[in-house]
Design a binder for this molecule. Structure first.
Ligand code: PMM
Length: 357
């Protein structure tokens, strides 16, 4: 991992691999595996050896239905791991929606705050602005405990795009440099399987917001559903890595900035294969600037000149796009009429506020 922090978002034509280390007892994907900080650090270092460009350290499960842990516990879990990985020269991202945890993690060397709340806490945004770290703005509609009830869309692609665009405006208005912001559709967060597939199949709509995209499909339940065989039900999460590699290859071909995965080596291999494919077998040759990646700061993205990923008719996930509500950029954004004034999930009578700490 020789690259510096500041070139993290430089367009080099190669999709980045973010390795996941959840220091939690209950994450659906790797819960309990890395609760001991020594194991977590070892796993992070191994992922770097396998080709991870950065490591995402989280201390709170976000699986559907999960309750929040208190901030002191979240901090106790992540800080030693963040500090040790950063000290070893690893680019560390902290997966948190709490300003106290983010501040301590940045002090310990984290260079990116991965905020699955969708930028709901103004204090967290102020911290990110002040410290000048990178920021992942993920689409969500509220805390995990009851997010399934909010998986209701007319047209998931245009609604997620418009909601993310609105949140991006809030984030930038809070002082976060737009060039530091990465967008994420929040696969599985207040979304059914059909919603997830529709978003993946129309990832160019999010690219049109003009920021790099991070996508996390790894081991998620919509893959388990696809792989269900007979009466056996959904394939369990520890048997979804091969399917994850398929999504990684397709997302890399679509030009996303990064994929968030638990199994790093196959993802890193898939990304290299996509690059070689595009370069006509040049393999590890220096990346070319002409690859159709989602270029940071390029309004309208640049995935347009790649072949579409076999976009199928969108069934079960809302009517076709084309209402003019999707897309937009920080500058142009969707029309004000269509902008949610109170972003879904940031406030609400029934909801646990993200900023509760
Ligand atoms: N998914 C999970 C946790 N954090 N962060 C981002 N930016 N995007 C995601 O899709 C995402 C995330 C849930 O997966 P995990 O429990 O395996 O970490």
């Amino acid at each position: 991992m020789s690259a510096t922090v500041d070139d993290l978002l430089e367009p080099d034509g190669v999709t980045k691999v973010m390795g996941v280390v959840n220091v939690t007892p209950d994450s659906f994907s790797d819960g309990g595996t890395f609760l001991d900080p020594v194991d977590a650090v070892r796993a992070g270092l191994r992922m770097v050896d396998e080709g991870a460009d950065l490591i995402d350290v989280g201390g709170e499960s976000t699986r559907p239905g999960a309750s929040r842990v208190v901030a002191s516990e979240e901090m106790r879990r992540v800080l030693p791991v963040v500090a040790e990985l950063a000290a070893a020269g690893v680019r560390v991202s902290v997966d948190t929606s709490r300003v106290s945890v983010a501040a301590a993690a940045v002090d310990a060397g984290a260079v990116l705050v991965n905020d699955v709340s969708g930028g709901c806490d103004p204090d967290l945004l102020a911290l990110v602005a002040d410290r000048g770290v990178h920021y992942v703005l993920m689409h969500a509609r509220g805390p995990s405990v009851d997010m399934s009830s909010r998986a209701v869309y007319g047209d998931v692609v245009s609604e997620v795009t418009a909601e993310l665009a609105a949140r991006l405006e809030v984030v930038v208005a809070a002082g976060v440099a737009p060039e530091r912001v990465i967008l994420d559709p929040g696969i599985g967060f207040a979304k059914t399987a059909a919603h997830n597939w529709a978003l993946l199949n129309n990832i160019d709509a999010l690219a049109a917001l003009g920021r790099p995209l991070l996508v996390g499909t790894s081991r998620k339940s919509f893959l388990g559903t696809v792989l269900a065989a007979g009466d056996a039900g959904a394939r369990p999460s520890d048997e979804r890595d091969d399917a994850t590699q398929a999504t990684t290859a397709l997302l890399a071909a679509a030009g996303v900035w990064a994929v968030r995965v638990h199994a790093v080596r196959p993802a890193a291999d898939a990304v290299r294969v996509v690059r070689a494919w595009r370069q006509g077998g040049a393999g590890d040759a220096a990346p070319t600037a002409s690859l159709p990646v989602v270029l940071p700061g390029t309004a309208g993205g640049s995935v347009g000149h790649r072949p579409r990923l076999g976009a199928a008719p969108r069934t079960g996930a809302g009517p076709a796009r084309g209402t003019g509500r999707s897309g937009g950029s920080v500058e142009s954004g969707p029309g004000r009429r269509d902008r949610p004034t109170a972003p879904p999930g940031c406030a609400g009578e029934r909801e646990v506020p993200w900023s509760a700490r």
